[in-house]
Design a protein. Structure first.
Length: 345
């Protein structure tokens, strides 16, 4: 340190006084480098107003965005902290304490129940701010509890991963969460309830190697990173250049791993519509007359249509039938596997 920083700067500070303007009024878009005013950014759901880049969103903002109104937090059972007494540069217990102080949460997952599009739903959302959303025993416990709640309440399960993968400080205990979460989402499927995964930035490592890639429907936010190992690691291993856009939501959609890429502003409406298509037993979607989806259009057709009766879940609804249609849809359900536009011709 020199005399400029040690002596002059404190003196100037003492004359000028403490700053009364916070530092974080402006944020730089990581994609286009445009400057974003914090209020504009919040109003636009953390999407860049210049280029549409989807910046990270806090987990509570996300829950507020998705649920119809109030939602109820579900307590995640507590787990033994630091089972391996792990220490690297810092003790794992200290890292946990820091993350808990920073986020005000016990661990990297939040489970909540409420309604989306009028349908009962349990959401298990990752908190990336908590140790990179890494999956240890507590997160595994959260997924299990979310699945159990969905089954007991006859609700859909919606997982929203945002994670760097397994929590290395928990070693084997962390890896055990892979089969545990797979079994948990299996319970939801066995109960005939929809399991939807909303992949957000980033979904990597052990999370993408377990429950996050087992959804009945995979949605992803535009441009988000989805993969197992990092791009550089793969390139060094196979000694080949990977194509542009590798491991992005759009690339995975084009190659069949993701069903749809949905802009943040359309997320709530899209999930609500899908839940109505998969779970609606009374045809209320049709009565609302919003003119999209199977059996929509003419009044009453949904009551005798594809989702009438006790069927809780229609896994044969294709993605074409679930994506927003630009043109009004005919009342007659389209044959399975045929897109609406193709069927009209
Ligand atoms: Zn931008």
């Amino acid at each position: 340190m020199n005399w400029l920083t040690n002596l002059i700067r404190p003196k100037i500070r003492s004359i000028v006084g403490p700053k009364d303007v916070p530092d974080n009024l402006w944020q730089k878009c990581p994609s286009c480098e445009g400057m974003l005013f914090h209020r504009d950014l919040a109003e636009n759901m953390n999407v860049c107003t210049h280029c549409g880049h989807h910046l990270k969103m806090s987990v509570t903002d996300r829950l507020n965005l998705l649920f119809d109104g109030a939602y109820k937090r579900i307590e995640v059972p507590s787990v033994p902290q630091d089972p391996l007494k792990f220490k690297d540069k810092k003790k794992y217990v200290d890292r946990l304490k820091d993350a808990q102080a920073k986020t005000g949460e016990k661990d990297a997952i939040i489970v909540a129940e409420g309604e989306i599009g009028g349908m009962p739903a349990v959401v298990a959302a990752f908190n990336f701010d908590f140790m990179g959303g890494s999956m240890g025993a507590a997160v595994g416990e959260g997924i299990v509890r979310a699945a159990e709640t969905a089954v007991s309440k006859n609700a859909a399960l919606i997982a929203i991963p945002a994670s760097g993968g397994a929590r290395m400080q928990e070693g084997m205990v962390s890896l055990i969460q892979l089969p545990r979460t797979v079994i948990a989402v299996r319970m939801v499927k066995d109960a005939g309830l929809p399991y939807i995964v909303l992949l957000t930035d980033p979904t990597t490592g052990g999370v993408s190697a377990s429950f996050a890639m087992l959804g009945d429907i995979h949605m992803a936010e535009p441009g988000c990173l989805i993969g197992f190992a990092g791009k550089r690691v793969i390139e060094e291993t196979i000694r080949e250049q990977l194509p542009a856009g590798f491991q992005t939501a759009e690339y995975l959609r084009d190659h069949g791993m993701v069903d749809m890429v949905v802009a943040r502003k359309d997320l709530k409406e899209t999930i609500g519509r899908i839940l109505n298509l998969l779970m609606n037993r009374t045809g209320s979607l049709n009565q609302k007359g919003n003119g999209s989806g199977i059996g929509a259009g003419k009044a009453g057709s949904a009551k005798s249509g594809l989702f009438a009766g006790k069927t809780a879940f229609a896994p044969h609804a294709t993605v074409n039938q679930l994506t927003p249609a630009n043109d009004p849809v005919d009342a007659a359900p389209t044959p399975i596997g045929v897109s609406k536009r193709a069927a009209k011709k």
